[in-house]
Ligand binder design. Structure first.
Ligand SMILES: [Zn+2]
Length: 111
C-alpha cells in the first residue's frame, strides 16, 4: 500500500484541484437533491437547505477528494464542531472528554 496520506497533506495543488471539483459538484442535480432533502449527514437533523454546506468527510487537507462518496450535506452547527477533524477523530475526542469529564473547557475571560 502506497503511503500517500502524508504526502498529499502537503500537496496544495491537490487541495486547489479538489476545491474546484467541489464547486462543480455543488452545481450538479445530485447535490441539489441532497440539499433539498435538508438533512445533515452528521446529526441527521432536518434543517433548511440554506443551513447546509458541502462538507468533505475526509478533509481535503487530509487527502480527501471531491467525490460523491466523500462529500455530504452538513449543518452549520456540525460544521463548526467538526473543523479539522475527521468524524472518527471527533468521536474519539468526545469519548476522551467524557472519560476525563472535561466537557466544559476553562474560560480565560472568567477571573
Ligand atoms: Zn448537523
Amino acid at each position: 500500500m502506497k503511503d500517500d496520506w502524508i504526502d498529499i497533506e502537503k500537496d496544495q495543488k491537490h487541495i486547489a484541484r479538489e476545491k474546484m471539483k467541489a464547486q462543480r459538484l455543488r452545481k450538479t442535480q445530485w447535490w441539489k437533491n441532497k440539499i433539498a432533502a435538508g438533512i445533515c449527514h452528521y446529526c441527521q437533523k432536518r434543517v433548511t437547505p440554506k443551513e447546509l454546506t458541502m462538507d468533505h468527510i475526509v478533509p481535503l487537507s487530509r487527502g480527501g477528494r471531491s467525490t460523491k462518496g466523500n462529500v455530504a450535506p452538513c449543518c452549520k452547527k456540525c460544521n463548526n464542531e467538526k473543523k479539522y477533524y475527521t468524524p472518527a477523530e471527533t468521536l474519539l475526542q468526545k469519548l476522551h472528554n467524557n472519560a476525563h469529564n472535561v466537557s466544559t473547557p476553562q474560560k480565560p475571560s472568567q477571573e
